[in-house]
Design a protein around this ligand. Structure first.
Ligand code: ACO
Length: 460
């Protein structure tokens, strides 16, 4: 393998500088045979090659600046591996997604969200004793401090629940100061269980606040998903019946969202955590990153787009044409992915559940019909074929949430609940890596060079 820079000449260099491999230990990937050669202005450099367990290749540039004086530039990190990781494997070309080696389709069929969370966080499927203990611990920590409940009174009623979620999660570090030491494994574990247990409560309260209903206490006799649904929809004046189909659909949705390797929010969690910021602070930053419409906010944006199409008479071709025009004000939401250049396996699972749930509820949602038509038209269109743009995880998830009565503003909140064990697993993996360093990218400065300071009276 060889890499050549723009200024490189074809003259062989007199000397070849060799860079040592930067990583070390079990997380560093395996050194591959051979090396990459980089020529800069006639000087040839050899860079080590690494190979992952699924045969993914990387050029190890960790010593590049030290030996060449140059850095790499990769806006949006399109080609940049920020870490090695043993949590999730995905092959965007083939449409494969596995957590800790297990295909997402198998996990979605055989496990509930808590079991998958254990797998992600602890690296193995639990025994029944381990799973029981994990469930018990999560049930034990579901309440939030009473003083925290009063926070909700201070947020404006029309606040976006994602804003409330991020703020309250950040505030956990003010209430649970006994578990903030990132170097104490017991404190970290307590924080992990607290976060996993309290996030559904915090999320449901964000919704209750927005509709002016009383906050409902968690019930520890219920499962993780049942408990969330009752805190969302129960009211003190009548009994709430939890629909098992909703619980199953929610479990599946949380599972397919649980991890997706180095995406924007996970990289944020790792980056913030790399400064040894505590877990609550790191996850709060991840929630903010997830909120953006190009990431976890896309499911809300997607449903709003589908609603607009239904209201506009359902002419999907018109919107496909609009998307192709690249008008900055319109993109086909729920389509395209940085990594998947094939059908997103999560979208396939969600579409199947969506179909089943709507059939069971005898619901005819015009939005689902429109979504299916849109998918059909886009997938047959040269523009989308050429660019390998397929429906992503957000395309059908909103239709299920709607069928369950979950309002559109809560969609990214549900995404955050699902992604939490993935964020935790990455935060923890980063802390245990022998190659751990504070994340601190470099830049190429393009501003003014040295200028003489002018006193204010002389400035025009
Ligand atoms: N509609 C129309 N055209 C699109 C779309 C889309 N949804 N997505 C990508 N394209 C086009 C781009 O205009 C570009 O065309 P060009 O090559 O002619 O310039 C090409 O496809 C490549 O797109 P990029 O934006 O360069 O791809 P990138 O990897 O940077 O972006 C992203 C990926 C952000 C997901 C993009 O596809 C998008 O904006 N999709 C809609 C938002 C969305 O659904 N986000 C959720 C992603 S899943 C998640 O985060 C959980």
């Amino acid at each position: 393998m060889s890499a050549t820079t723009k200024n490189a000449t074809t003259t062989p260099s007199p000397a070849t500088a060799r860079a040592p491999s930067g990583g070390a230990g079990p997380f560093a990937g395996t050194r591959a045979d051979g090396c990459a050669q980089l020529q800069i202005n006639g000087q040839l450099y050899e860079l080590p090659l690494l190979v992952g367990s699924e045969n993914e290749h990387a050029i190890d540039i960790s010593k590049l600046r030290a030996i060449t004086g140059a850095i790499t530039l990769d806006e949006g990190y399109v080609n940049t591996g920020s870490t090695t990781s043993a949590i999730t494997f995905l092959d965007g070309e083939k449409g494969i997604l596995r957590y800790r080696g297990y295909p997402i389709e198998v996990l979605a069929e055989k496990c509930d969200f808590v079991e998958v969370s254990y797998l992600l966080i602890y690296g193995k499927l639990p025994t029944s004793d381990e799973l029981d203990a994990f469930r018990k611990s999560l049930s034990h920590h579901t309440m939030i401090h009473e003083d925290m409940r009063s926070f909700y009174g201070g947020f404006p009623r029309d606040a976006h629940p994602m804003a409330t979620l991020g703020s309250v999660v950040g505030a956990l570090s003010t209430f649970y100061q006994d578990s903030l030491d990132v170097h104490d494994p017991r404190q970290v574990e307590v924080s992990v269980h607290r976060l996993m247990a309290k996030l559904p409560t915090i999320a449901a309260y964000s919704y209750k606040k927005s509709i002016g209903q009383p906050l409902i206490y968690p019930r520890n006799d219920l499962s993780y998903c049942e408990n969330f649904l009752q805190m969302m929809f129960a009211v003190p004046c009548e009994e709430y019946h939890i629909d098992p189909d909703f619980t199953d659909a929610l479990d599946m949705l949380l599972i397919v969202h649980a991890d997706h390797e180095q995406n924007c929010s996970t990289s944020t969690v790792r980056m913030v955590g790399s400064s040894d910021a505590n877990l609550f602070a790191s996850i709060s930053a991840g929630i903010s990153a997830l909120w953006g419409p190009l990431h976890g906010g896309a499911n809300q944006a997607c449903v709003e787009m589908l609603e607009r199409m239904v209201a506009d008479g359902g002419n999907v071709k018109k919107y496909v044409e609009l998307a192709k025009k690249k008008d900055p004000s319109f993109r086909l939401m729920g389509f395209g992915h940085r990594v998947y250049k094939n059908y997103d396996p999560r979208a396939r699972l969600i579409k199947t559940t969506c179909d089943q749930l709507l059939a069971k509820l005898s619901l005819r949602d015009p939005m689902f019909d429109i979504a299916q038509q849109l998918e059909e038209v886009a997938l047959a269109d040269e523009y989308f074929i050429e660019r390998k743009l397929y429906p992503n995880v957000d395309f059908y998830s909103g239709v299920i949430y709607r069928a369950m009565g979950i309002p559109v503003q809560m969609f990214p909140v549900l995404f955050a609940m699902g992604r939490l064990p993935g964020w935790i697993a990455h935060w923890d993996e980063m802390h245990h890596s022998p190659a751990k360093k504070i994340c601190r990218p470099r830049q190429i400065y393009t501003g003014e060079t040295l200028r003489a300071f002018e006193p204010i009276i002389k400035r025009s």
